[in-house]
Design a binder for this molecule. Structure first.
Ligand code: G16
Ligand code: MG
Length: 217
């Protein structure tokens, strides 16, 4: 049977974490809160609302709902100025090669991201049309590690979860894929992503033989 390959966006297809870092740091510092790379790591795969809640907790700040909304908008406006500079060169190594291999093998290809800016980013790097289904932060009510985002993708493609393969860089994303009953492939550090069924440093390590093995399983 035809399988569905579901890709996370940030940290798998492109490295937008560096732009989230710049925008969150600027915002945090503007309200007198420190923001480090270590803290940025903890925001990976986490929604925008949850990210600001964490930053406020780290700085021991409490603000009104109106101020919360204002700060969220400020952060996103700043983030979008970075996104605006993105082009095809920002696609991570061998991602396009992998997408094309799967497309030639007539497999389903989907995006499963927490970001509300996912479509715009895919457009910016010119790979939007490679995805048959896009499920992002605008479609979900429960964030990873909840499996919702991946289950919606499977449902839209009419593919059983056991026939879905998820590529993820975040621990919460691997947990979401596992909870969905899908095959999980970690992209990143073996120790950090030890809950995944397979882990690779990046797509240059993923061979055609390995992908064929998943397709023909
Ligand atoms: C991404 C990032 C997170 C970010 C979230 C929401 O998720 O990893 O750091 O906070 O999207 O992004 P936005 O503010 O654009 O809605 P993913 O699932 O693509 O890794
Ligand atoms: Mg990610």
């Amino acid at each position: 049977t035809k399988k569905a390959f579901i890709f996370d966006l940030d940290g798998v297809i492109v490295d937008t974490a560096k732009y989230h870092f710049l925008a969150w740091k600027k915002l945090a510092n503007s309200i007198g809160v420190d923001f480090t790379h270590t803290q940025n790591e903890q925001l990976k795969g986490v929604s925008r609302v949850k990210s600001l809640e964490k930053i406020l907790a780290w700085g021991d700040k409490s603000i009104s709902d109106a101020e919360f909304t204002r700060l969220m908008a400020l952060k996103n406006d700043d983030y979008l100025t970075y996104i605006d500079t993105m082009d095809v060169q920002e696609i991570l190594p061998d991602v396009t090669k992998t997408l094309d291999f799967l497309s030639n093998a007539k497999q389903h290809i989907a995006l499963g991201s927490a970001s509300k800016n996912a479509r715009m980013i895919l457009e910016k790097v010119h790979i939007l049309e490679k995805f048959h289904v896009i499920v992002d932060g605008n479609d979900v009510t429960k964030a990873k590690p909840d499996p919702e985002v991946f289950l919606i993708a499977a449902q839209q493609l009419h593919v059983a979860p056991k026939d879905c393969i998820v590529f993820e860089d975040a621990v919460a994303g691997i947990q979401a894929a596992n909870a969905a009953g899908m095959t999980s492939i970690g992209i990143g550090d073996k120790n950090t992503l030890n809950e995944a069924d397979f882990v690779f440093t990046d797509f240059t390590e993923i061979s055609a033989e390995f992908l064929n093995g998943l397709i023909n399983r």
